[in-house]
Ligand binder design. Structure first.
Ligand SMILES: Cc1cc2nc3c(=O)[nH]c(=O)nc-3n(C[C@H](O)[C@H](O)[C@H](O)COP(=O)(O)O)c2cc1C
Length: 263
């Protein structure tokens, strides 16, 4: 595929949260998943990943609850859950009388990379077929419950999910931080306070306006909490509250212990 086609695909990316009432073909999804794994690097080529497809309405309703009731979970015909999975590999090792491994924190990390690398290849592949996707970070806040819902074994935990379907919206492109913010030449360029002001300026205006235009309810909640900037909004109780991150970090630690990734 010529480079410009790939550039066009990347430029066309938008997270899609509204879907038309049209099914996605399970066989096509399997083919895309298979091709995507083939097209993704994989640590040691062990493929320590599992992808669970959820089409079933009842199970999707349970996932909807676990994904903080994001409406797109009910609207999309398919939810894909990507799991860091060393269970199968460990079984294989045991059956061959090999030394056991991959029941430790590093292995969780390695398997998570496999899962995340695959997820982004799948996202692009689905988009290349005209489908829309949206990741769900809520996966990390309901890992144990999603793991239970999908009957994941030991040494297998969900690390990300995405809704999949045919788009019913054409959102405008969301911009990213400018390249000077995150591309470094040869060594890390430490940003000064002035650099931070400059690098975040555009986003502070656009992001603030975007959230303020989402409806009176959001505006009044922001005002009640005394939020006066985008930065304050991001770590407020409305978005990424530090106390929730602390709590869920502890839940993650407990889950990794229960699933055999921590001593
Ligand atoms: C790991 C991850 C988790 C995300 N979780 C959510 C989510 O729970 N709900 C949601 O609406 N969007 C979610 N998103 C989508 C981001 O909000 C979106 O990618 C970002 O705003 C940029 O917009 P774009 O993808 O349209 O360019 C997530 C994206 C990533 C990569």
């Amino acid at each position: 595929m010529p480079d410009r086609h790939f550039s066009n695909l990347l430029n066309a990316h938008r997270s899609i949260r509204q879907f038309v009432d049209r099914p996605v073909n399970s066989e096509l999804i399997d083919r895309i998943l298979e091709e995507s794994l083939q097209g993704s690097s994989s640590s040691g080529n062990l493929n320590m990943v599992s992808v669970i497809k959820t089409f079933n309405a009842e199970r999707k309703t349970r996932l909807y609850e676990l994904h903080f009731e994001q409406p797109m979970v009910l609207q999309a015909p398919l939810v894909l859950t990507f799991c860091a999975d060393t269970f199968r590999t460990r079984q294989w090792l045991a059956q061959r009388g090999a030394r056991l491994n991959f029941g430790n924190l590093l292995s969780y990390h390695v398997a998570s990379f496999d899962a995340i690398i695959l997820s982004q290849t799948v996202a692009l592949a689905l988009e290349s077929h005209g489908m829309g996707i949206c990741y769900m970070g809520t996966t990390l806040h309901s890992m144990k419950e999603i793991s239970d819902c999908l009957e994941c074994p030991d040494h297998c935990v969900p690390v990300t999910s995405m809704v999949v379907g045919w788009p019913a919206e054409q959102p405008t492109q969301r911009d990213r931080l400018p390249r000077e913010a995150w591309i470094h030449n040869e060594r890390y360029r430490w940003p000064s306070a002035d650099d931070i002001d400059r690098l975040f300026k555009d986003r502070e205006v656009k992001g603030w306006n975007r959230y303020r235009s989402m409806g009176d309810e959001i505006v009044s909640e922001m005002d009640q909490l005394g939020i006066t900037s985008l930065a304050q909004y991001y770590t407020s109780d409305m978005k990424y509250a530090p106390q929730v991150y602390e709590q869920d970090s502890e839940k993650l630690r407990q889950l990794l212990e229960a699933k055999g990734f921590l001593p």
